[in-house]
Design a protein around this ligand. Structure first.
Ligand code: FPP
Ligand code: ZN
Length: 434
C-alpha cells in the first residue's frame, strides 16, 4: 500500500519488524537541525514574564496582506475562502475592529465563490469543496452581518451536503472526490452553524468516525490510517456536534493527545515521533477543552459530580503555560505573522492557528454541563451555544495584555460570532430539546 495523504496505512506500520509502529519521519527529525537547538537560541534571550504578543505587528501583517489579497489569490488559487477565514479570524482574535468597508468587501469576495448547485468553490467558477465551504461559512460568521448570513443559499447547500454523503456514513470532499474525516467535520460544522443538521445528514456518521480511531487512541483520516492531531480534532469535534462522543475511547484518545505535547518545546507535534509545529497548538490544543467536557459529562452521568468543582474537572489536561511559551517565544515572526517553528517564514495558516492555539491556552472556555443535563440538549446548535469563557476565567503568561479573544473549540471562530449566527439561523429562542 502506498502513502495516502502523507500518512501511512496502519498495515504498513505493523509490517515493520522492529516492534512498535512509528510514524514515517523520525528520519526527518534526524536530518533537520533539531528544533530543540533552534528553540534554545530564541528562548535564552527572554524570561517568561517579559514575553509579549506583538499584537500591532501581527495586525499590520494581516491588514497589509488583505490589501494585497490578489497576490495571495494567485499563489493559493484554489484556497481563496481559506485565506479570507485565516485572515479575518486572526484579526478578530487580535481584537481588531473589522470595519463596514472590510465587511462589505469580504461578503462580496465570498459571494463570488458560491455555486448555484450548492456549496462554495476555492475560487470563482471552481467546483464546490467541503473544506472551502467550511472556510466560507466561517468567514461569513466572522463578518457577522445579516447580509453575510443571507448570502448563504441554505436549500442548495443542504442538497449538496447530501451529495457528499456516502452509504457508510462518511463524506467525500467534493463530488467524485475522496473520503476524508476533514470532509465530515467541515460539513457538520457548516451545517451546525446554519441549522442544516438532520438525521438524514448524520445517519451512520458517528459509526464511521468510530472506525477511524486506532489502537493507540489517535484518530486517522479514514479507517485504518495512522492517527493525526488534525484528523483527531475533526473526529472529536464532529462526534461532539452530534452528541456521540461517548462512542469513542475517550481515555485512550486523551492519553494519545497528551503525549503530543513536547517536553522541551512546550508546543504540540501532530503525531508521535514528529516535529513540533505551531499550528497544532490549535488542532491538538483544542482537543483538551472538548475532552474535559466529555469527561465532566461522563462523571455527571455516573452521578459523581464534585459539588464545588464540577466545571473544573481535569482542567489541566494540557500544560497551558508551556504552550503559550512556545507560541509567544518561538512562533512570533519579528516582522509580523506567526510561524510553524523558529527559522520558518510566516504564513496566514500558521498565523491563524498559532493565534487560535494561544486563545485556547489563555481562555479557559468550558462547556456548561449542568445546563445540558437540565435541558437535555439534543440540537447541535444549542450544544454549540453551551460553550462559555466566563465560567472558568483566563490564564495568561507574560504581559497581561497578551490576552486574545476566546475561540470556540468546535468551530474555531470567536464565541460571540458563533452565538450570533446560531441565533440567526435557529431563531432567538433556540429550542434546546428540538
Ligand atoms: C478542517 C480541516 C481542513 C482540518 C485540517 C486538519 C489537519 C491539520 C490535518 C493534517 C493532515 C495531514 C495529512 C498532516 C500531515 O502532514 P505532515 O506530514 O506535513 O505534518 P506532520 O509532520 O506535522 O505530521
Ligand atoms: Zn503547521
Amino acid at each position: 500500500m502506498g502513502i495516502i495523504n502523507g500518512l501511512r496505512p496502519l498495515e504498513e506500520l505493523f509490517s515493520r519488524n522492529d516492534g512498535y509502529p512509528t510514524a514515517s519521519s523520525t528520519i526527518q527529525a534526524n536530518t533537520e537541525r533539531s528544533v530543540y537547538e533552534l528553540f534554545k537560541e530564541v528562548k535564552d534571550d527572554q524570561t517568561v514574564d517579559q514575553v509579549k504578543l506583538d499584537r500591532d505587528t501581527h495586525i499590520e501583517y494581516v491588514r497589509n496582506s488583505l490589501d494585497g489579497l490578489n497576490r495571495y489569490f494567485v499563489i493559493l488559487d484554489a484556497s481563496k475562502p481559506w485565506l479570507c477565514y485565516w485572515m479575518f479570524h486572526s484579526l478578530d482574535l487580535l481584537g481588531y475592529e473589522i470595519g463596514s468597508d472590510l465587511i462589505k468587501r469580504g461578503i462580496s469576495t465570498i459571494s463570488k465563490m458560491q455555486n448555484k448547485t450548492g456549496g462554495f468553490g476555492g475560487g470563482p467558477g471552481q467546483i464546490s469543496h467541503a473544506a472551502v465551504t467550511y472556510a466560507a461559512i466561517n468567514t461569513l460568521a466572522i463578518l457577522g452581518t445579516k447580509e453575510a448570513y443571507d448570502l448563504i443559499d441554505r436549500d442548495n447547500l443542504y442538497k449538496w451536503f447530501l451529495k457528499l454523503k456516502q452509504p457508510d456514513g462518511s463524506f467525500i470532499m467534493h463530488e467524485g472526490g475522496e473520503v476524508d474525516i476533514r470532509g465530515t467535520y467541515c460539513v457538520l460544522s457548516a451545517a451546525t452553524l446554519t441549522n442544516l443538521v438532520t438525521p438524514e445528514l448524520t445517519a451512520g456518521t458517528a459509526e464511521w468516525i468510530k472506525r477511524c480511531q486506532n489502537f493507540d487512541g489517535g484518530i486517522g483520516g479514514e479507517p485504518g490510517i495512522e492517527g493525526h492531531g488534525g484528523y483527531a480534532f475533526c473526529g472529536l469535534a464532529s462526534m461532539e456536534m452530534m452528541g456521540k462522543s461517548d462512542m469513542l475511547d475517550i481515555p485512550l484518545l486523551l492519553h494519545w493527545a497528551s503525549s503530543l505535547q513536547m517536553q522541551v518545546e512546550g508546543g504540540f507535534q501532530g503525531r508521535p515521533n514528529k516535529l513540533v509545529d505551531g499550528c497544532y497548538s490549535f488542532w491538538v490544543g483544542a482537543l483538551f477543552p472538548v475532552l474535559e467536557a466529555i469527561l465532566t459529562r461522563q462523571r455527571y452521568k455516573k452521578n459523581e459530580p464534585d459539588e464545588e468543582n464540577l466545571g473544573y474537572v481535569a482542567q489541566s489536561l494540557f500544560d497551558r503555560e508551556a504552550l503559550q511559551e512556545y507560541i509567544l517565544i518561538a512562533c512570533q515572526y519579528p516582522r509580523g505573522g506567526l510561524i510553524d517553528k523558529p527559522k520558518r517564514s510566516p504564513d496566514h495558516y500558521h498565523t491563524c492557528y498559532c493565534l487560535s492555539g494561544l486563545s485556547t491556552s489563555q481562555n479557559h472556555v468550558i462547556y456548561d454541563i449542568e445546563e445540558e443535563m437540565e435541558k437535555g440538549v439534543t440540537n447541535p446548535g444549542a450544544r454549540s451555544l453551551l460553550w462559555a469563557e466566563d465560567i472558568a476565567g483566563t490564564f495568561v503568561i507574560g504581559d497581561p495584555e497578551n490576552l486574545v479573544k476566546a475561540t470556540h473549540p468546535i468551530h474555531n471562530i470567536t464565541l460571540p460570532q458563533v452565538q450570533k449566527i446560531i441565533e440567526y439561523f435557529y431563531g432567538n429562542n433556540i429550542d434546546s430539546s428540538k
